[in-house]
Design a protein around this ligand. Structure first.
Ligand SMILES: [Zn+2]
Length: 249
């Protein structure tokens, strides 16, 4: 076998990258301020670099923030684009205000949760682009994808998963007080409290030693820990298996 043939084979499926795009005509002045702030965090570039370093893609995938007239986050299979709506970001700010008054902490929690949601949507995108098999509810499967990629032992990744889980908990707590239109994103998803416990369980399972605090702070009952470790290993194995041919070595 010649070297040329070999290298072609190795790269045969890498036809795309995650690419960052921006809507430069945001009408709402609050949202256009959000956009300037978000651009400075370089959160989208970090997501793009992370995925592009880890996976070959069959075609380009676009990621963006936009104004949408509803609190939402979605993947559009026609445009191959993941969008987080500024209305969603704004909703998360209001949600976390019930948890903290500290502006820096509030901002951090919103960014962390946004990161979790981006990877969730990225999971939907990969299922479409790579035509991946899904067994069970797709919403749960892509929550698991988000956990699988983010809970890698890094502090930043663990916090994204933790704050994502807390956001679902708070949504569950406050659902009665929030107009139904703001809950659109979540209606196909597992109940918020259920989602919270599953994510916390998987976070613990990803690294029991590093995540002891989840038990200390009574977010996770001690009786569940063994199951969390086993379930996390299954999820990790499942995602590694379906992504096998796309993972860059
Ligand atoms: Zn979803």
């Amino acid at each position: 076998m010649s070297l040329t043939v070999f290298s072609q084979q190795a790269k045969t499926n890498d036809y795309g990258d995650v690419k960052v795009v921006w809507n430069d005509h945001i009408k709402d002045s609050v949202f256009s301020d959000f956009q300037e702030g978000i651009k400075r965090t370089k959160i989208l570039d970090a997501i793009a670099n992370d995925i592009n370093g880890y996976l070959a893609l069959p075609e380009d995938l676009y990621i963006t923030f936009d104004e949408c007239q509803s609190s939402n986050a979605f993947y559009d299979e026609h445009t191959k684009k993941v969008t987080i709506c500024y209305e969603m970001v704004s909703y998360l700010y209001e949600l976390f205000k019930t948890k903290t008054n500290n502006p820096a902490q509030l901002r951090e929690m919103v960014i962390n949760t946004t990161l979790f949601i981006f990877y969730h949507e990225m999971g939907h995108a990969l299922i479409d682009l790579m035509d991946l098999p899904v067994t069970g509810k797709e919403e749960d499967t892509v929550d698991n994808f988000s956990i699988f990629l983010l809970a890698d032992g890094s502090k930043k990744g663990s916090l994204a998963v933790l704050d994502g889980a807390i956001a679902f908990y708070l949504m569950g707590e406050s659902e009665k007080n929030i107009p139904l239109k703001n809950l659109e994103l979540w209606d196909e998803h597992s109940l918020d409290h259920q989602r919270f416990y599953h994510i916390i369980c998987m976070l613990y399972g990803s690294n029991p030693i590093q995540n002891q605090a989840l038990i200390r702070e009574k977010m996770l009952p001690l009786s569940m820990t063994n199951r969390c470790i086993e379930d996390y290993q299954k999820i990790k194995k499942g995602w590694l298996k379906v992504l096998e041919q796309w993972i860059k070595k």
